[in-house]
Design a protein around this ligand. Structure first.
Ligand code: ADP
Ligand code: MG
Ligand code: MG
Length: 874
């Protein structure tokens, strides 16, 4: 197979081979759009290069032939005259990784070509700017020199010339910059910068391939779950120049608003600028309307192309364009990144416009992003006149956090549990880890299409960009705007929906989600097979869950009902010597539990509510011996009696365990301190009766935690049936209460065929099942080493977030199969945190369970993920 394809040689349908950018360039060429000519070296070639540790030697022959075709087609010459061709060499993987990998512009320049370029353009400023940019990018990208070496030179020259922007430097200054850049390169990499254009091209292509494995690219792939072995394509394209005088410029546009989804074109345009100046947010750009005033013809042509591309791709497109001397060129197009709200709005609108069908619309929205829709915004009563700064509303939502000025700091603080706002003049791909760690991002430069804005939207984080009055001094750890300043560690509130920034923390309110969401979720509900239930412990959580579309409560954890003031009552039940005191305490607890359960059953009237009997490790209920002894010492010193404390301490000592997580918890506690579980069963039956008598349709189910052996379940079931029978006899009502068990121990999964005979339902408690299968304590592991495990690639993902298919998943599969064989009426659900994770939901769909149960804010996402799983399986 050839190593490369001209843009005009294919129709651009093979994204795997050409990468997203190459496929788009070929597609646009075939549609007759004004794309500068060029060719794409395939991802296959990159994979060969990665495997062999060097590019295939026959590649260069093919490149020479492609260059000859390019010269023929354009009537220009590479490395010669009278009209020189300069080239851009750009990476482009199958999945878009904006700014993650490397690009080299203006390649093919040396002192001779410079002369030709001056003659051709009549503009020495332009020619020297191209030259210095080339040396700078080659030094940075190909030779790996520190970008700040070059930035420092430019800074000095700007100061010397007393200008704010590189574009205002004179041709002489740019010549000086070029020479100093060359000296910097020569000093650090003698002979590293070839003057022969062909050698430059070979160096650049090789570097683009290696950029697949830079730290930031690897990090980006990890965050976005992109496989490491795809490789990137390299696109070699004739340069067009946005900096060739005042009738030139460069820009980025979107066919709809990426922030809101509104059907309005959106774009940034920078006159007299090249390539990355817009994305880097170095100057604040003009709008498309302003572009229309400067270049009416190009503007109209661009709008026509935008609309054509959107119809062609049936999706919102993100387009890079350049105007060279009043002629428009299109340099890239791809499906644009968007906020969750915009994704929902566009998907529904496009169905209404007849552009896509419902299934496509359901597939267009990332399930995990729906949580963003419930992100807070700054309350209306907060006075805008108090804003510290205002910028571009780049990614919606409000965020409150402590100010940090570097990405490394952001990571350090986040690991300490701090919420941080990353404040920068602009962000670059090297800030990806800091942006991931921050709760919000604020920059003083750049528009809605700057790196900071694009990446923040992709991550679903609030961001304000281009806050022009803000002066950020990273070195000094402070930023100033108007007469105010903020320093590292200060609290800051940003609102990415309006662009406002406030010092300190201001009131935020929950938003209303877009009306289109219900429509989209309705379509998802028609498609999905899996039901979505909720994990909710209180009546108000249950009501919220029901609002989000929960079809039941899959897990109501009663231990949370035992905390606070009730804790002492529980302690009396466990520790008391006196039967009488214990009985009073139990009665007291029963009374409050009845109220808890009534509330849940009422909120979910008509839908199943699975109440799980008590399950915390015992030590969470008992006072700490350490503290008791401390108190005793204080009392003894003060001459107070210590008998009670003494006796309590002895009792606690009796129950003490070395390893409480593997100890007397769940059903074991239920069997050993038997009045506790019985009290809970009685309270639940009582609530059931009350709700029935009130005319409701309560559907109570009771679940036993931590069963390892069927005998544990049999005994608990007998006990519960006694209570149900008693409540039925007393009320004269017919009561039906299904009894089931968590499957959260490997032994339970492996003996599911026996357990199923005593159960009406199973609920896979995959949090504990993961801990027990891996032999890992989650809290300890996540705090201590799990991140390192993932950084080092030992674990591909966190098994507590995404269900481990091979191990834990296998236990679930075996248990589901053998459980159903033994008891065909068995209902199967999954209630671990995995129940809200889209990847895990896809697996649960494959396994054919009946439902997943997750926390209320994740329910909408789970409904969507379940539909996507059903679509993927078709
Ligand atoms: P990314 O993948 O980060 O978008 P690109 O490879 O698209 O990076 O290019 C970086 C910048 O260089 C973009 O702004 C792009 O428009 C510009 N650029 C790329 N190729 C050319 C070209 N042939 N002529 C002019 N500008 C170009
Ligand atoms: Mg691009
Ligand atoms: Mg558990």
């Amino acid at each position: 197979m050839p190593h490369l394809f001209d843009f005009s040689a294919t129709d651009g349908s093979d994204k795997d081979l050409l990468g997203g950018k190459g496929a788009g360039l070929a597609r646009m060429t075939s549609l007759g759009l004004p794309v500068p000519p060029g060719f794409t070296i395939t991802t296959e070639t990159c994979r060969l290069a990665m495997n062999d540790g060097r590019v295939p030697p026959d590649l260069w022959e093919e490149v020479d032939l492609a260059l000859a075709r390019l010269e023929d087609m354009t009537g220009r010459s590479f490395g010669g005259g009278p009209i020189p061709i300069l080239l851009s060499v750009r990476s482009g993987a199958k999945f878009s990784m904006p700014g993650m990998m490397d690009t080299i512009l203006n390649l093919g320049i040396n002192d001779d070509v410079l002369e030709t370029l001056v003659e051709w353009s009549g503009d020495p400023h332009f020619a020297w700017d191209a030259y210095r940019r080339f040396v700078q990018m080659y030094g940075d990208v190909v030779l790996g020199l520190d970008a700040s070496l070059f930035q420092d030179v430019l800074l000095e020259l700007r100061e010397e010339a007393a200008v704010a922007d590189d574009s205002e430097l004179s041709a002489e200054h740019l010549e000086a910059a070029t020479r100093r850049f060359q000296a910097i390169v020569e000093e650090r990499r003698p002979g590293g910068l070839p003057t022969d254009p062909r050698e430059q091209l070979q160096g650049a292509i090789t570097a683009v391939f290696s950029s697949w494995n830079t730290k930031r690219a690897i990090e980006y792939r990890r965050i976005n779950s992109i496989p490491d072995d795809l490789g990137t394509a390299a696109n070699v394209q004739m340069m067009v120049f946005g900096d060739l005088g005042d009738d030139s410029g460069t820009g980025v546009c979107f066919t709809r608003d990426p922030g809101t989804g509104a059907r309005l074109v959106y774009g940034d345009y920078l006159p007299r600028a090249q390539g990355e100046d817009v994305v880097a947010g170095i100057r604040n750009p003009l709008t498309l309307d302003q572009l229309g005033e400067l270049h009416p013809k190009c503007h109209d042509q661009l709008l026509e192309i935008m609309s054509g591309l959107e119809t062609h791709y049936r999706d919102m497109c993100d387009i890079e364009f350049t105007i060279e001397r009043d002629v428009l060129y299109i340099l890239q197009t791809r499906p644009g990144k968007r906020t969750a709200a915009a994704a929902v709005k566009m998907a529904v609108a496009m169905v209404e416009e007849g552009l896509i069908d419902r299934a496509t619309a359901v597939g267009r929205v990332a399930p995990a992003s729906l949580e963003q829709l419930h992100r807070p915004r700054i309350a209306d009563h907060v006075k805008l006149s108090n804003a510290f700064a205002t910028g571009v509303a780049a990614s919606p939502g409000a965020a409150i956090g402590k100010v940090v000025f570097s990405s490394d700091e952001a990571v350090i603080e986040e690991r300490k549990g701090e919420a941080v706002i990353l404040v920068r003049p602009e962000t670059t791909p090297n800030d990806i880890h800091g942006m991931a760690a921050a709760v919000g991002i604020l920059t003083s430069q750049g528009g809605k299409t700057s790196h900071a804005a694009v990446v923040a939207r992709g991550m679903g984080k609030p961001a304000v960009t281009g806050a022009a009055k803000l002066v950020v001094d990273v070195e000094a750890g402070m930023a100033r705007a108007g007469g105010n300043e903020i320093r590292t560690g200060d609290l800051l509130t940003i609102d990415g929906s309006t662009g406002n920034v406030f010092i300190g923390s201001v009131d935020v309110v929950a938003p209303e989600s877009p009306p289109e969401l219900q429509q989209l979720l309705g379509w998802a509900d028609e498609i999905r097979v899996l039901q979505v239930w909720a994990n909710a412990d209180t009546a108000s959580d249950a009501a919220a869950a029901r609002n989000f579309g929960a079809q039941g409560i899959g897990l109501a954890r009663t231990e949370h009902m035992f905390l606070g003031e009730r804790l002492q009552v529980v302690q009396r039940i466990i520790l008391s010597d006196s039967e009488e005191e214990r009985a009073t305490a139990l009665k007291e607890l029963e009374r409050v539990q009845i109220g808890d359960f009534e509330g849940l059953l009422e909120a979910m009237d008509g839908l199943p509510v699975v109440i799980r009997l008590l399950d915390p490790p015992l030590h969470e209920f008992l006072p700490s011996r350490f503290e008791l002894e401390h108190e005793m010492r204080l009392d003894a010193k003060a001459g107070r009696p210590i008998d009670d404390l003494q006796s309590m301490s002895e009792h606690v000592a009796r129950w003490e365990e070395d390893n409480p997580m593997l100890g007397l918890r769940g059903v074991r506690l239920g069997l050993m301190v038997d009045h506790l579980y019985r009290m809970q069963a009685r309270a639940a039956c009582h609530a059931l009766v009350t709700r029935l008598q009130a005319g409701g349709h309560p559907r109570l189910e009771i679940m036993i935690p931590l069963v390892a052996d069927v005998e544990e379940l049999i005994r608990m079931r007998e006990m519960i049936e006694e209570e149900v029978a008693a409540a039925a006899a007393e009320s004269g009502l017919e009561l039906k209460v299904p009894v089931g068990t968590m499957i959260e121990l490997p032994r339970a999964a492996l003996t599911a065929g026996f357990i199923a005979k005593a159960a009406d339902f199973f609920s896979f408690g995959t949090n504990d099942l993961t801990q027990m299968t891996y032999g890992l304590s989650r809290d300890d592991a996540e705090g201590l080493f799990l991140r390192d495990y993932m950084d080092q690639g030992i674990f591909a993902s966190n098994p507590f977030q995404t269900l481990d298919r091979a191990g834990v998943g296998r236990l679930v599969r075996v248990a589901a199969k053998e459980g159903r064989e033994a008891n065909p009426a068995l209902t199967l659900g999954l209630c671990g945190e995995h129940g809200g994770d889209p990847e895990s939901i896809a697996f649960v769909h494959e396994l054919g369970l009946d439902y997943v149960s997750c926390s209320p804010p994740r329910i909408e996402g789970a409904r969507l993920a379940a539909a996507q799983a059903a679509l993927a399986a078709d």
